[in-house]
Design a protein around this ligand. Structure first.
Ligand code: ASP
Length: 352
């Protein structure tokens, strides 16, 4: 662990570097995660025009000893990150998490469920190109995230990318290479950088105030699988997969507003899994809008066999929420009720 600060006074923002493209260096195997990020970040920020440097908050950098490509991240990494933030929660006014973009939306979703009732911002960011290379988006994202992390109107886990601020548990990686990076299909932007200054749309932000309700993930990660429908899906294949006692939850990505093939055998497999105590939840394959299980006969049956509606949750949020709730060890009834309730603004349409 390395902790470096950009001056002697207590810094208000803690920057946590986990790896990802933002800090990668070229190698004969292609881009690889690399260390010594704090000094590279300080050098890059010192190239900004003086007036913009003057607006940046003081910060300290915590660097993981083993920066990773986030394609190898696991729920254990998100748990360690949440623990780190809670351990330092009182010492900083805000946090910036630097993360690879591939699984950034997963990490942001998991952090949101673990760090409920925040009274300060946790801003997750990364970049599509490494810091310091021609045309990189890294410096812009660092500058924006540091500024968003000082905003007292923000009391939630957010993703900052390409000068846009999004609710973390609503984001999805949308572009493989474009600097835009992420979208928040079912919740509007929480803020933007306009003329190099942060603007927050407070009416869209989480209004929850009070003491933090941290629910850290401890112990083994419950096994949750993701089943995306395809035309011609066969009941026997799903059966072989779900016939495993270690599986505790299934996120089913249905058609449109929550439909499944009218295949008795397939419905039978799902009904059996549900009756065995596995928690099955339904979300849509459509990125915009949510499931409404009662509309079509092909969807109503899902409710009848105990499948929970994931409403308009992203696959990342639905998956992480299910892992999170299963790990809390509460009763099935509590778990099911909490899954259907927005905990951190992860589900439910935005009322304009
Ligand atoms: N593979 C990289 C990662 O997720 C991609 C990125 O950071 O943009 O760590």
């Amino acid at each position: 662990m390395r902790l470096t600060a950009n001056d002697q006074a207590p810094p208000p923002i803690l920057v946590i570097y986990t790896g990802g493209t933002i800090g990668m260096r070229d190698s004969d195997r292609g881009l690889v995660a690399a260390g010594n990020f704090g000094s590279r970040m300080a050098a890059a920020l010192s190239t900004l025009p003086p007036d913009r440097q003057g607006k940046l908050p003081r910060y300290a950098v915590w660097e993981t000893p083993r920066p990773i490509d986030s394609s190898s991240a696991t729920p254990a990494d998100w748990a360690a990150l949440a623990l780190l933030i809670t351990e330092r929660y009182q010492d900083y006014a805000g946090f910036v998490v630097l993360h690879g973009t591939d699984t950034l939306a997963w990490c942001a979703s998991s952090l949101a469920f673990q760090l409920q009732g925040l009274s300060k911002p946790v801003i997750v960011t990364g970049s599509q190109k490494p810091l310091g290379i021609e045309g990189s988006d890294a410096l812009d994202n660092l500058e924006a995230s540091l500024m968003f992390a000082t905003q007292t109107d923000l009391r939630e886990v957010c993703v900052s990318f390409a000068n846009r601020l999004m609710r973390g548990c609503r984001t999805r990686k949308w572009y493989t290479q474009d600097a835009q990076g992420f979208e928040s299909p079912n919740w509007p932007l929480l803020g933007e950088i306009v003329d190099h200054a942060p603007v927050i749309y407070a009416a869209r932000c989480s209004g929850i105030q009070g003491a933090p309700r941290f629910e850290l993930a401890t112990g083994p990660t419950p096994v949750v699988v993701r089943l995306t429908l395809w035309p011609g899906i066969r009941a026997q294949d799903v059966d072989r997969w779900l016939d495993d006692d270690r599986i505790r939850g299934v996120v089913i990505e249905c058609w449109g507003s929550g439909n499944l093939p009218e295949d008795e055998a397939l419905l039978g497999v799902l009904a059996r899994a549900s009756a065995e105590g596995k928690v099955l939840v339904a979300i849509s394959q459509c990125p915009f809008g949510g499931v409404h299980l009662g509309i079509y006969a092909a969807g109503r049956i899902l409710e009848e066999i105990g499948i929970l509606s994931g409403d308009d949750m992203t696959p990342e949020a639905a998956h992480c929420k299910l892992i999170h709730l299963l790990a809390q060890g509460s009763s099935q009834e509590t778990l099911r009720q909490r899954f259907l309730t927005p905990l951190v603004g992860e589900r439910g349409a935005f009322a304009t």
